[in-house]
Design a protein around this ligand. Structure first.
Ligand code: ZN
Length: 283
């Protein structure tokens, strides 16, 4: 979570529950880009993702009073968003996934500002790889895709992901390991790990073990053993570096810029909803 500005979530929630429009607006501002990012990866097309954002935030605004705070607000929002994504999927079952590009140019500008020292070649390479990452994620079956997106892009914990998707933590983790391995395979041409010769029977499955280690499923002694193997084995070292890079890339995916007309539509819909309620004040 960003900590650059004070964001007193419990206080905002309380105020929003009491009908404070400003507090509600701040909460929406905060979560809108994340719901959009999730929707884009789950729906795989811009229009559906935008619908999901609007439906989710309106449902959340309507249901805020019922939100009991047992889950974090983001877990709750992703749960709502997921149900709308599933509805969309049912409706467009036979429609092929469409390549999406949501204001990529805007995002590139943000990137240039964030990393002005990068050469144009490096920037182009990164862009290509990010596009390949999106294609790879989009190619996963929904049950793997949602777990990877929630855990590695949206940053939920495995138990939170389990709550959102209604599966056991164990099931979430095993889907996650598989999803990460598949994404890495898809990105091999970019990872300079291309020398993937037939696996040596003495070598451990470093890809799965690395993923398990991220989820705290590896004992300390096994971890040490692995490390000493990786230090001695260039092939496993390459594999380890590649899976690490893939996970890092997922985890550093920027929030998309929410198109102005979507922001306006959401805030107008929420305001209309609130105008039927008594208002409080947030100071
Ligand atoms: Zn090895």
């Amino acid at each position: 979570m960003m900590r650059s500005e004070p964001f007193d979530e419990p206080r905002l929630l309380e105020a929003a529950r009491n009908g404070d429009e400003h507090a509600m607006g701040l909460l929406i501002e905060r979560y809108q880009p994340r719901v959009l990012r999730f929707g884009l990866r789950m729906c795989r097309n811009v229009e559906d993702a935008q619908d999901v954002v609007q439906d989710t935030l309106l449902a959340a605004a309507r249901g805020l009073k019922r939100f009991e705070g047992r889950a974090s607000i983001s877990t709750w929002l992703y749960t709502i968003a997921r149900s709308y994504c599933i509805k969309k999927r049912r409706r467009s079952k036979f429609a092929p996934p469409r390549e999406e590009s949501l204001n990529d140019d805007d995002n590139d500008d943000v990137r240039r500002l964030a990393a002005p020292e990068r050469s144009p070649e490096q920037a182009a390479m990164d862009r290509e790889m990010e596009a390949a990452l999106r294609v790879a994620i989009d190619g996963l079956e929904p049950m793997y895709r949602e777990v990877l997106v929630l855990r590695d892009m949206e940053g939920l914990t495995a138990p939170e992901v389990a709550q959102v998707v209604g599966a056991s933590v164990g099931a979430v983790k095993s889907r996650l390991h598989r999803a990460r391995a598949r994404i890495r395979e898809a990105l091999l041409p970019f990872l300079q790990a291309d020398v993937e010769d037939a696996s040596n029977s003495d070598c451990p499955d470093v890809i799965e073990l690395f993923s398990k280690n991220l989820e705290g499923e590896i004992s300390e002694s096994l971890c040490h053993q692995l490390q000493s193997h990786v230090d001695r084995c260039p092939r496993c070292k390459r594999k380890c570096d590649s899976i690490q890079r893939v996970v890092l890339m997922c985890r550093t995916q920027r929030e998309p810029i929410v198109p102005e007309q979507l922001r306006t539509a959401v805030s107008e819909a929420v305001r209309a909803l609130q105008s039927n309620k008594p208002t409080g004040s947030f100071r």
